[in-house]
Design a protein around this ligand. Structure first.
Ligand SMILES: Cc1cc2nc3c(=O)[nH]c(=O)nc-3n(C[C@H](O)[C@H](O)[C@H](O)COP(=O)(O)O)c2cc1C
Length: 366
């Protein structure tokens, strides 16, 4: 029987257990994207709290494009020193750390009107009200290179790997979605064409880093949109192709935001009642059975019992959590001592605040 608390590897990253902190934007970095004592303290606590690996909040790869305030930056070499300090703190506490890289695109409310926002096509994003500028092929080249260069900075800064954020309605997710990508060139049309930018980013990261530097990707198993979007069958195909290309792991989420899917909208899958917890498990299970790369399941992981069952009944190997660790950074240690410990997090999603993202229960204390 496989155990949650046993060593396991994601590529060449040796993990002490199967728990990962899923990327969580804190909104507490400096305005320039540089790190500060508050950020170091948060990661110190997380790394002492038991998760075998921590994926950072999303970092912006181009200086002029920042989807949210006070996120990590990755757009020039001035970050390498900050990264070394951060990764040292985490490594001293026997945890691993992965830098998440993103381009926001039209899923943004930050400084809109004051900067150029790119998209695959100039299609209105009804959630944010932003219509992006359709990227030229030159823009695509610039972005692909920026992901590569940011990954090189991550490697030089001591990160154990990078994760490409291709879910949750951000730019790469929009490239995958025919609702937002109506391009007529080789980056639009067929699902293979819509995924092309992701393959190019992967190749660029490989070209800018050592050949065994871990590269993970976070994807929506489906966009769960009424008018289709990126579909599960396409996600599966993309995961297979990326696995064949040598992606280190795939983290399966769903979109456009992190909420349980309205299952009746997705004819390919029925989500059972138990998957309200660990709510993308049916999708991740299917993907994990078809690819060699390890699968990390994110979204609603709240009990050891459910995760243990998934671990032993499927080929999903890792579990990542965001909101529960925002509330209790040491939840994994608590679970190691007592499998039945109930997380303080109730998934209320009230953790977003202008002062930074934190559990509402801590905010009420202040
Ligand atoms: C405050 C907050 C910030 C988040 N920031 C990111 C992020 O930077 N990148 C990302 O991929 N997902 C981000 N997420 C989504 C989480 O990684 C995760 O996919 C989602 O919260 C579901 O997992 P959970 O049920 O364990 O919270 C964020 C979630 C929250 C609550």
């Amino acid at each position: 029987m496989k155990q949650l608390f046993e060593p396991a590897n994601i590529g060449n990253i040796k993990l002490k257990n199967r728990f990962v902190r899923s990327a969580t934007w804190e909104g507490m970095a400096e305005e320039s994207g540089h790190l500060n004592d508050k950020i170091f303290e948060i990661y110190e606590n997380l790394s002492k709290g038991g998760a075998a690996a921590i994926i950072t909040g999303y970092a912006y790869v181009l200086k002029d494009e920042q989807p949210s305030p006070r996120m990590f930056g990755a757009y020039d070499d001035s970050f390498i020193e900050d990264y070394r300090k951060l990764t040292d703190i985490v490594h001293k506490n026997n945890s691993k750390i992965i830098l998440q890289l993103a381009y926001g695109g039209s899923m943004t409310w930050f400084n809109v009107g004051q900067r150029e926002i790119w998209g695959p096509s100039a299609v209105l994003n009804k959630i944010s009200g932003v219509t992006p500028k359709e990227m030229t092929k030159e823009d695509i080249k610039t972005l692909v290179k920026a992901f590569g260069e940011s990954s090189r900075r991550a490697m030089e800064g001591g990160f154990d790997g990078v994760e490409i954020h291709a879910g949750h309605g951000y730019l790469l997710n929009h490239f995958l979605s025919p609702n937002f990508n109506i391009r007529k060139d080789e980056y639009g049309g067929t699902s293979e064409n819509r995924a092309r930018i992701i393959y190019e980013i992967f190749d660029s990261i490989r070209a800018h880093t050592s050949k065994d530097f871990p590269v993970l990707i976070k994807l929506n198993c489906s966009d769960f949109m009424e008018n289709k979007g990126f579909l599960f069958e396409e996600c599966k195909e993309l995961c297979k192709n990326l696995s064949e290309k040598g992606i280190t792991a795939v983290e399966i989420s769903g979109g456009p935001v992190f909420r349980a899917p309205k299952t009746e909208k997705e004819p390919t899958k029925q989500v059972t009642l138990s998957s309200k917890e660990s709510y993308f498990s049916e999708y991740a299970k299917d993907i994990a059975s078809e690819i060699d790369a390890p699968v990390i399941l994110v979204g609603g992981n709240r009990s050891v019992e459910v995760m243990e069952t998934i671990l032993n009944e499927t080929q999903i190997e890792f579990f990542s959590l965001s909101r529960p660790l925002l509330s209790e950074p040491d939840l994994i240690n608590k679970w190691e001592k007592d499998k039945t410990a109930k997380p303080r997090c109730t998934s209320c999603s009230l953790c977003f605040t202008p002062e930074g993202n934190m559990c509402i229960l801590d905010r009420e204390k202040k």
